[in-house]
Ligand binder design. Structure first.
Ligand code: CTP
Ligand code: ZN
Length: 152
């Protein structure tokens, strides 16, 4: 029997197949809670799925931007983004890291040019593995181990 953990939504975005334990980080990426967001949000954690446990985040009346989706790909590479309109899933795609990520992760090397207050250089990373996510600084080649903690 298919158990219903949280209600279906009429309009908005369902982020499904989030790596179990990462839902709170996904909320943080989306700026929830926050003064600019008044959407109704529901969260389910450790839901049983075909392949182990997963988290789910449903945000009503909101669609995500590219930056937000790239950040989610860094912490939950198997997540799917489902766009819901009038209760129907009208779009579904898996998150996918681009080959380069610019301006969304801070380099872990304090002397990296991308961390220099004098230089207007945005951080830039080359993606060396999409799942599990591994990235390497374009400037200093340092590979951050704690990607989730370094998301700007
Ligand atoms: N969903 C929702 N509200 C709706 C429609 C769907 O909250 N009105 C949620 C479902 O609960 C599910 C996700 O959106 O978590 C994707 O829905 P659907 O594609 O119908 O589910 P599955 O076929 O199980 O998805 P997948 O194959 O991606 O696992
Ligand atoms: Zn660097």
């Amino acid at each position: 029997m298919k158990e219903l953990k949280i209600q279906p939504i009429r309009n908005g975005t369902v982020i499904d197949h989030i790596t179990a334990g990462q839902a709170v980080k996904v909320l943080h990426i989306l700026g929830i809670p926050g003064s600019t967001s008044s959407s109704i949000v529901s969260v389910a954690m450790n839901v049983r799925s075909r392949i182990g446990r997963k988290d789910i985040v449903k945000v009503e009346n909101r669609e995500l931007d590219r930056h937000e989706v790239d950040k989610i790909a860094l912490i939950a590479p198997k997540a799917t983004i489902n766009i819901i309109r009038n209760y129907e899933v009208v779009e579904k795609h898996r998150v996918e890291l681009p080959d380069e990520i610019v301006g969304i992760v801070r380099c872990s090397n304090p002397t990296c040019i991308s961390n220099s207050p004098q230089e207007p250089v945005k951080s830039k990373f080359l993606v060396i593995s999409k799942d599990p996510p591994r990235i390497k600084c374009y400037y200093c080649e340092r590979e951050p181990e704690d990607i989730a903690e370094r998301i700007i």
